[in-house]
Design a protein around this ligand. Structure first.
Ligand code: ADP
Length: 255
């Protein structure tokens, strides 16, 4: 098979990768909405077209994520945890032992053995605090695009504040009252990063490795990466394209 396709039908975004000889040669994403199968097919059509692939080019397809069973034509359907472990292990050249994955609606930690098997897995999907959705809500309240959070967090000025709510509904009112008090957005963003970092560290527990890996969409936020490093006092490494690690792992599972 020339090309391997990995589809990650996530709670927030559908991600697709096309892999050739273990390398991602195309990637694309679209927000999750009804008719996920058609959305995934649309992404794959874009990929084939942009790569100039002949419509009959042989592709094997693996689906994963919350919506994995919605993609009927998949040759392989696998759970997100296995896909994430597979993708991470391959992308880290077999080095990764501990991972924090932050998705749109859940926060997970995974520990791997020397051969890439999952030895421990924890998930917090009861509350949106600490997940991508929490960041999206904060971005709307602060009127700051998510992609600028790291830049804001690095601003030298601002007051030191904390976000203490463990529930997103209360965290929302905490943010609103901080803003009403005149606290600048950079202080709120730093507090938000620190609160997500505390949650992630609490879920991860003790780690034996000197490096902890991070993936999922929010891993693109460098400010969050630094806050997790401060919390764990450990080096955090982000997979090359963190939102696509799971889709890549699905594709690699076809080998
Ligand atoms: P899922 O697999 O659950 O759909 P993802 O891993 O795709 O979740 O992550 C989705 C989240 O990624 C969004 O909720 C958003 O918070 C975050 N995100 C997306 N793009 C960026 C970005 N450029 N910077 C920071 N966070 C981002």
């Amino acid at each position: 098979m020339d090309y391997l396709v990995g589809l990650d039908l996530g709670s927030t975004a559908i991600k697709a990768v096309i892999v050739k000889e273990r390398e991602i040669v195309w990637r694309g994403k679209t927000p999750t909405a009804p008719d996920q199968e058609a959305l995934a097919d649309g992404l794959l059509q874009d990929g084939r077209r942009e790569l100039g692939l002949d419509p009959g080019a042989a592709c094997a397809i693996a689906s994963t994520g919350y919506g994995k069973n919605l993609y009927k034509a998949a040759d392989l359907k696998l759970d997100e945890l296995s896909a994430n472990a597979k993708g991470l292990f391959a992308l880290s050249d077999g080095e990764a032992r501990s991972l924090i994955n932050i998705g749109g609606q859940d926060l997970k930690t995974i520990k791997l053995s020397d051969t890439g098997e999952v030895t421990d897995f924890r998930m917090n999907d009861k509350c949106a605090a600490g997940t991508g959705r929490f960041f999206e809500l904060a971005a709307r309240l602060l009127n700051v695009p998510l992609a600028s959070f790291a830049e804001f967090a690095a601003l030298p000025d601002g007051e030191e504040v904390e976000l203490n709510s463990t529930c997103v509904v209360f965290a929302e009112s905490e943010i609103v009252s901080l803003l009403a008090r005149g606290v600048p957005p950079q202080s709120v963003i730093r507090a938000l990063h620190a609160s997500v970092a505390r949650r992630a560290a609490g879920l991860l527990g003790r780690v034996s490795s000197s490096t902890v890996w991070l993936d999922g969409g929010p891993a693109q936020n460098r400010g969050l990466v630094l806050a997790i490093e401060d919390e764990l006092l450990t080096e955090i490494r982000v997979t090359p394209e963190p939102q696509y690690t799971v889709a890549y792992g699905a594709a690699m599972s076809l080998l």
